[in-house]
Structure formats: structure tokens, C-alpha cells
Design a protein around this ligand. Structure first.
Ligand SMILES: Nc1ncnc2c1ncn2[C@@H]1O[C@H](COP(=O)(O)OP(=O)(O)OP(=O)(O)O)[C@@H](O)[C@H]1O
Ligand SMILES: O=C(O)c1ccc[n+]([C@@H]2O[C@H](COP(=O)([O-])O)[C@@H](O)[C@H]2O)c1
Length: 219
């Protein structure tokens, strides 16, 4: 069986322990030897640009993952102009890695609940699997369970890890991760209100935010 590759996209504005636990727990659950973090260049779906610059978000990801040999960062989405489409990223990585390697895109249930709004969304499943971490604060999932996902996704959901890892793309698996109700928005708000963000994000990230005076002027 070819070793699967994990890909974790996010705005990471800033990266926090919720992201790092998601990547850690999904890497273990899905037997991923490597997880590549992909900071989004222009997260067009948010209706507004990120608060920190692309370079600052990239630096914070590097600071956060520096002590974990399984984690790496790829800045391709930051270098691409125009809206950041996961389809483009997955198509590039698929072309680079070849047709056989299982690609596993990691994301939280809140993000996956919106997958039907993504650019070329039905074709994403030709390129990668989706490992979905149930997020503690996802009220949509709490009330509807898998019904929170678009109906067309249903047939792709599997409980069988071997089935997923035995094919390059096309399956969806959910995973109940340790609930950590940490959000970048809350971190930005704390900074704005002069609150401590210690234990929400790794110390080097907190220190970078402090020394570069990030997020002081509101969310
Ligand atoms: N605390 C968390 N637990 C599990 N998954 C998370 C958590 N925070 C973020 N994620 C997931 O990580 C990915 C990237 O998240 P993102 O960078 O948007 O962070 P965020 O905390 O949701 O940010 P914001 O508050 O700015 O919306 C998404 O797939 C999201 O669902
Ligand atoms: O490709 C799209 O159309 C698309 C739409 C919304 C979100 N995404 C990706 O989903 C990931 C999580 O997004 P976010 O906003 O929760 O950081 C990130 O990698 C985004 O680029 C991708």
C-alpha cells in the first residue's frame, strides 16, 4: 500500500492548538507519515482578506510546526494570484505525486459542511479523500450529524480505513477529535482586548503576535 499524504489547508490567522491537535489526531488515525500545511493565499469564501499578511501567517505556521517532524508547510497557495481554490492545489499535488498515492485533505466539520460551495466541488473527490474532524463548536453537526453534509457526499462516507487507504481518492471519513473550542477569531479578539492568548497557541506564535503587534486593530 502506498503511504498516504496528508494535506491541511486553512487561513491560519493565526494557527492555534485546535489546528495542531486536528493534524496530530488525524495523522495518527489515518496513518499519515507526513502532513503538509497549506496556508490559503486569498480565502475568497470569507468575504474579506485575512488580518495578518500571507508572509506573517506563513511564518506563524512555521513557528508552530517546527518541532514536529511529521509536519511541513507548503506556500504554493500564497504564491498563486487570485482566489485560493483547493481544486487547483489538489490538481497540482496530484500531478506531482502521481496517480496512485492516497491524498488525504484534512479539515474540520464546519468547513466540510460547506464543501458544496467550493470551486469545482464534485471534482475534488477525483483528486483526494477527505478526513473530517468533528469540531466541538460545530452546532450544525451537533443537531444534524452526517445530515449536516450535502446529500451527494453520503455515498462517499466510509467507516473502513483500509478501503480509504487502498485507493487514491474519493472517500470521506469523519473522526471525533478531542474537543478544543479554540478559534482564530477568539484569539484575535483576545489580542485586541489585551487578553492573554497563552495555551491557545504555541508560545513562539504568541510571542510573534506580540512582537509584531498583530491583531491589535480589531478582527
Ligand atoms: N478548534 C478546532 N478544532 C478542530 N478543527 C478546527 C479548529 N479550528 C479550526 N479548525 C479547522 O481547521 C481548518 C482551518 O481553520 P481556520 O484557519 O479557518 O481556523 P478558525 O479557528 O476556524 O478561524 P476563524 O476563527 O478565523 O474562522 C478548518 O478546516 C477548520 O474547520
Ligand atoms: O476551493 C474552494 O472553493 C474553497 C472554499 C472554501 C474553503 N476552502 C479551503 O478550505 C480550507 C479551510 O478554510 P478556512 O476558511 O476554514 O480556513 C482552506 O484550505 C480553504 O482554502 C476552499
Amino acid at each position: 500500500m502506498t503511504s498516504p499524504l496528508g494535506l491541511f489547508g486553512g487561513t491560519f490567522d493565526p494557527i492555534h492548538f485546535g489546528h495542531l491537535r486536528l493534524a496530530t489526531e488525524l495523522a495518527e488515525a489515518f496513518k499519515l507519515e507526513q502532513v503538509i500545511f497549506l496556508p490559503a493565499g486569498l480565502p475568497y469564501h470569507r468575504g474579506a482578506a485575512a488580518h495578518a499578511t500571507a508572509e506573517q501567517r506563513l511564518t506563524m505556521v512555521k513557528l508552530a510546526i517546527q518541532r514536529d517532524a511529521r509536519f511541513d508547510v507548503d506556500d504554493r497557495e500564497l504564491r498563486r494570484s487570485g482566489p485560493t481554490y483547493t481544486y487547483d492545489t489538489l490538481a497540482e499535488v496530484r500531478a506531482e505525486r502521481g496517480p496512485q498515492v492516497p491524498l488525504v485533505f484534512l479539515l474540520g466539520s464546519d468547513a466540510f459542511g460547506q464543501i458544496h460551495t467550493w470551486h469545482r466541488w464534485t471534482e475534488l473527490f477525483d483528486l483526494a479523500h477527505f478526513a473530517v474532524a468533528i469540531r466541538a463548536d460545530d452546532t450544525e453537526w451537533l443537531s444534524k450529524g452526517p445530515g449536516a453534509f450535502h446529500a451527494d457526499v453520503g455515498p462517499r462516507v466510509t467507516l473502513n480505513l483500509r478501503e480509504l487507504l487502498g485507493s487514491p481518492a474519493g472517500k470521506v471519513m469523519t473522526f471525533s477529535m478531542t474537543p478544543l473550542a479554540i478559534a482564530s477569531t477568539a484569539i484575535r479578539n483576545l489580542v485586541k482586548d489585551d487578553g492573554s492568548i497563552r495555551y491557545l497557541t504555541p508560545d513562539p506564535v504568541a510571542e510573534y503576535i506580540r512582537s509584531h503587534k498583530l491583531y491589535h486593530s480589531g478582527t
